[in-house]
Structure formats: structure tokens, C-alpha cells
Design a protein around this ligand. Structure first.
Ligand SMILES: Cc1ncc(COP(=O)(O)O)c(C=O)c1O
Length: 411
């Protein structure tokens, strides 16, 4: 259905013309409307679909104990934080969660945010802020220099809008410590922050964490790792990427999301105590907005404790992902070489991507197709964070359908 702007003053923004054209070409896809709970099988307009598009991989929200803790925390602490933390105060579930995140990450302190995206934007803001209450003592870090892996998440780049490329903002080639070294050599003597992701959500690669942190040590740079995708998936006693996650303990600042491994929502920054305390003011995304809802904070604490107590739940899940990767290779798919739980299946052009997505929909599978700008042009991928609640028969159905479509569309 086409809508028209009622306000002619909006015409020059071009939304209607762009929508008309992209709806006709099939590029513009509205999100499916879900009839009930997000799960491995969802209902879209009354039709059951196998859901490969979710990110809450273990489905903790369906666990009866998690639901009980959520309800009890809501009864005690209510549904909302009720205002900005500095003005309104902070509830116990948040403080408990922050203590736990600091303990898990081996950092002095942690600060929670409504989402991981806000933690990232706030981090960049805080590390480059010039601020003082009274013009006497203050911080002035306007000369900070950011050096980011080129494929860092949108939220980190969004935070850099006050920076200027080539002056105080630099990008190193994806996962390339040699290029990072070149940049750090040029930037000697300046206050540098090196930012990277642990597990990259678009291509499923993992950063050379130890090598990057060695360079930070050598050049005296502060380090920042966005562990949105890896938090509680790796580094919790499991054997996969154990060396990388051991090295990660040396990072200065760690950002985590509670949306992926933990399967709920929210985010946090962990790091040295004074910096984290200063971030209450300097991040902006702590002071100028609200935080995770208290029942969710309580539920996250519960899930984190369970995951620490029994890492085998995640290990069994990761074994299943390895099984899926093996099957995808058997049918000849090109997938990301690093065996993280992020499975990226190369499709190619955006056009083929859209058709494959529609074919899956017609057969009852909601499949996440990533096109530009999430990935490079003509490098569309199916990006799976497999949901552990998907039944084996549905996984098999997905692989069989993929094999058939691969043959038809030659990807
Ligand atoms: C690497 C990375 N950073 C940050 C985020 C944002 O986290 P959240 O979903 O908690 O806002 C994501 C989420 O997709 C991510 O993949």
C-alpha cells in the first residue's frame, strides 16, 4: 500500500518517491507482523513460520524460572526505572547486574544502558568529552583519537559524528593488526583509543584479540572491545576461542549486549572504576535517557548466574551450530570460514537475495537476508544466529530448501 505525505513541505525529502520506487522494485520490505511471542516458530498474519531471524539464541525468555524471576522483580521494583539514573536513582537489580558484569569481565565496575547501541554511542561520547561543572576541574578529551576496525558496528560509527576522518578518526583494515600498527606508528604521542568487535555480526569473523591488545600495550593506547555478540557465548569456560577470550581480559573497556547470548535486552560498559563513574555524566546515554526495565535487569542477573553455573548449555548449542555448518558445507554453500555461532551464507547480489528470501517465506521460513548497507554491495548474505529451540526436522527442512534454491539461483 502506498501512503502519501499530507504535508507538501515534506516532498523535498523524497520519502514518498523513494518508497514508490523501492516498493515497485521489491527492495523495500516492511517487517513481518507477528501475532504472538518471538520463538523458533512464530505466527505471521495467522501463518506458522520457522523463525531463523531471531537473535536470542538460547530462548531464555521461555524458561519458566526466568519468567518467574521477571514477574517477581516486576512486583517488587515495578516496570520502569522512572527517569534518568542520576536524577531518579538506581534500582537494586541494576546494581546487582553491574556487579555481576564487572565480576564476569574481570573489570572494576560496570554501567548498564537501555541497549548495547546506547552503550557504544555513550562510550565514544564519554571518551571524547570536554566537560566541567564549574570551569575549574574538568575533563577535556576533545583531542582523543579513535582508531576503529573498519567493520565496527553502526552504533560506534554513529558515536563518531563529531570526529573527522584523517584528523582524529582512523579505520584499520578488518582484522588486520599490521595495518593497525602502521596507523599507531603515525599517531605516536597522541591519546589513542583502539576499538574493535570480538565476533563480527555481519561476517561471523573473530578479531585477532591478542594481537590487537599487544599493539595497544606497545603504543600505550586505550582499548575498547564491543563484545555484543560473544558475551557469555565464549569465554565462560568453553574450549572454543578460549585463547582469544583469555586475551580479552586485558582489554581496557568491554561493551556487552544482553540481547544475544543472554537473549533478553540491554547493554553495559565495563572498565576501570573512575572512568565508569565518570561515564554516568560523560556518556550522555546514561544521563539523558532511561535504563533497562527492572524486571529485565533481574531476569538478566538470573540468566547470567545459570549460564555461569552450567556452561554446558551453551556448549551443546555450539555443537549444534557446528553440525549446521557441516551440513551447509556438504551442500556446497560458501560460509564464513571462522566457526563462530554467527553463520553467514554468501548469496551474492541483492536481487537474488530478495528472491531467495521470498522463496523461503513462501515455504514457511523467515530467513534474515542482509544486504547493503549492512554488508558490501552485491555481497548479500543469509546471516543466521541459529535459535536453539528450532527442532532438528525444521533445521533439516531449511538445509534442504537452501540446497534446492542454491541450485536454482546459482549462488
Ligand atoms: C557488534 C554489535 N554491537 C552493538 C550492537 C547493539 O546491541 P543492542 O542490540 O543491545 O543494542 C549489536 C547488535 O546487533 C552488535 O551486533
Amino acid at each position: 500500500m502506498t501512503t502519501r505525505s499530507a504535508d507538501p513541505a515534506l516532498d523535498r525529502w523524497g520519502f514518498s518517491a523513494w518508497l514508490d520506487a523501492t516498493r515497485r522494485s521489491g527492495d523495500f520490505v516492511m517487517p513481518p507482523e507477528l501475532d504472538d511471542v518471538n520463538d523458533a516458530v512464530i505466527s505471521v498474519d495467522g501463518r506458522k513460520m520457522i523463525n531463523f531471524a531471531g537473535i536470542g539464541i538460547l530462548g531464555w525468555q521461555h524458561d519458566p524460572e526466568v519468567r518467574r524471576v521477571f514477574a517477581e522483580t516486576a512486583a517488587t521494583y515495578g516496570l520502569v526505572v522512572g527517569g534518568s539514573r542520576l536524577v531518579q536513582g538506581v534500582s537494586r537489580p541494576h546494581l546487582e547486574l553491574e556487579r555481576l558484569v564487572a565480576e564476569i569481565s574481570g573489570k572494576e565496575k560496570a554501567l548498564t544502558f537501555a541497549t548495547g547501541l546506547l552503550a557504544n554511542v555513550g562510550f565514544v561520547n564519554a571518551m571524547s568529552a570536554a566537560f566541567s561543572f564549574d570551569d575549574r576541574v574538568g575533563v577535556d578529551n576533545a583531542d582523543a583519537v579513535l582508531v576503529l576496525d573498519r567493520r565496527s558496528h553502526w552504533s560506534v560509527w554513529k558515536g563518531t559524528e563529531g570526529f573527522e576522518r584523517g584528523r582524529n578518526l582512523f579505520a584499520f583494515r578488518h582484522n588486520d593488526p599490521a595495518h593497525l600498527r602502521e596507523l599507531l606508528e603515525q599517531l605516536r604521542g597522541r591519546p589513542v583509543i583502539v576499538g574493535f568487535e570480538t565476533v563480527y555480526s555481519a561476517d561471523g569473523s573473530i578479531a585477532p584479540i591478542g594481537a590487537i591488545l599487544d599493539l595497544c600495550d606497545e603504543f600505550g593506547a586505550v582499548s575498547f572491545a564491543d563484545d555484543a555478540n560473544g558475551f557469555m557465548v565464549y569465554g565462560n569456560g568453553g574450549h572454543r576461542f578460549a585463547a582469544e577470550y583469555e586475551a580479552l581480559r586485558r582489554v581496557t573497556f568491554l561493551m556487552v549486549s544482553f540481547g544475544k547470548g543472554v537473549g533478553l535486552s540491554g547493554g553495559a560498559l565495563a572498565g576501570p572504576a573512575d572512568a565508569i563513574d565518570a561515564f554516568h555524566y560523560l556518556s550522555g546515554t546514561s544521563m539523558f535517557t532511561t535504563n533497562i526495565q527492572p524486571p529485565t535487569a533481574g531476569a538478566i542477573v538470573h540468566v547470567l548466574r545459570r549460564m555461569r553455573q552450567d556452561p554446558s548449555v551453551m556448549e551443546r548449542y555450539l555443537d549444534r551450530v557446528d553440525g549446521l555448518r557441516a551440513r551447509l558445507l556438504e551442500i556446497g554453500c560458501a560460509i564464513n570460514p571462522t566457526p563462530t555461532y554467527v553463520t553467514s551464507i554468501a548469496i551474492g547480489s541483492r536481487d537474488v537475495g530478495l528472491r531467495v528470501r521470498q522463496e523461503f517465506l513462501d515455504r514457511g521460513y523467515l530467513v534474515p537476508m542482509f544486504g547493503y548497507p549492512a554488508v558490501k554491495k552485491d555481497a548479500a548474505v543469509i546471516r543466521l544466529l541459529m535459535n536453539d529451540r528450532i527442532a532438528d526436522k525444521d533445521l533439516n527442512g531449511f538445509v534442504d530448501t537452501l540446497a534446492e534454491l542454491r541450485h536454482r539461483y546459482e549462488f
